[in-house]
Design a protein around this ligand. Structure first.
Ligand code: NDP
Ligand SMILES: Nc1nc2c(c(=O)[nH]1)N=C([C@H](O)[C@@H](O)CO)CN2
Length: 236
């Protein structure tokens, strides 16, 4: 029996695309969701263990970990996807924003990884994986998303530490996307400006991350690294 893969924040967009792709390959899944999108009903009907988790406090994180450990004794992989793309322009309470960004992007992955290392070791697969979804802005910062970028940089650093600590059984890597999919509310002006930020100039869609996750899951020799998925944005 294959050990399940855990995906956090799988109710929509990239996380949901990852869940659907892995499910299509008969991979057992456990997902977290905050909002009960219709997609969660569909995943549940398809046999996915869906755990409600709004990671807004240490207690909520601990409660999720307790539920997870009641659900499985092993894990093939953990994909830390849950994220909030919030910014200083939307939040005058910078202290609260900073705490929220650090919690969802660094504290949640840190605490789950610390608590679940043995579950990953228990997998019957040759390797287990932790995959952190970071962001291109780890490389250069982001003047309009300062706390967000710093929190993703913290997550990037966790990749290196956990890779060293959990080798050789567990590989730990980051995927650092730039634009993958726009949000529904993004204006035509924002879309045009954003597409010009990379030298490939396109909105690739979630499949690009699905492919990158598959590459990492099938690798036997990549760990402690970041795979950039950014259309050559660094060359602009
Ligand atoms: N989309 C893109 O172009 C890019 C994405 N990335 C990264 O890729 C990953 C996936 O991106 P995308 O699909 O756009 O992500 P979303 O912005 O759609 O968020 C993913 C999920 O995270 C959940 N979430 C947010 N806050 C919390 C919380 N406090 N507790 C629990 N769950 C929470 C959301 O729940 P709910 O459904 O309730 O809102 C949502 O379903 C993210 O880590 C993102 O930072 C990086 C660069 C570009
Ligand atoms: N949690 C999220 N993080 C990010 C998103 C998003 O929609 N949700 N979007 C981006 C942008 O696409 C950016 O990469 C390009 O403007 C970044 N992070």
């Amino acid at each position: 029996m294959q050990s399940p893969i855990l995906i956090t924040g799988a109710g929509q967009r990239i996380g949901l695309a990852l869940a659907k792709s892995l499910l299509a390959n008969k991979q057992p899944l456990i997902v977290t969701y905050r909002t009960r999108h219709n997609s969660i009903d569909e995943l549940e009907a398809a046999g996915v263990k869906c755990i409600e988790a709004d990671f807004t406090s240490d207690e909520a994180i601990a409660d999720f970990i307790t539920q997870l450990k009641r659900t499985t004794s092993s894990l093939r992989a953990i994909i830390h996807n849950a994220s909030s793309w919030d910014c200083e322009g939307n939040n005058p309470d910078f202290a609260q924003l900073f705490d929220n960004m650090m919690r969802i992007h660094a504290k949640v992955p840190y605490l789950i990884n610390m608590a679940c290392a043995q579950l990953l070791q228990n997998s019957s697969a040759e390797h287990s994986d932790i995959i952190h979804l970071t962001d291109y802005v780890v490389e250069k910062g982001s003047p309009k998303h300062i706390a967000y970028a710093a929190s993703k940089a913290a997550l990037d650093n966790l990749t290196k530490s956990f890779a060293a600590q959990l080798a050789p059984k567990v590989k730990v890597n980051s995927i650092a996307p730039s634009l993958i999919i726009f949000n529904e509310h993004d204006s035509a002006q924002y879309r045009e400006k954003t597409l010009k930020k990379s030298i490939l100039g396109l909105e690739p869609g979630s499949q690009e991350i699905v492919n990158t996750v598959a590459l990492l899951l099938n690798s036997h020799y990549i760990t402690g690294r970041t795979l950039p998925v950014d259309g050559g944005r660094h060359l602009k």
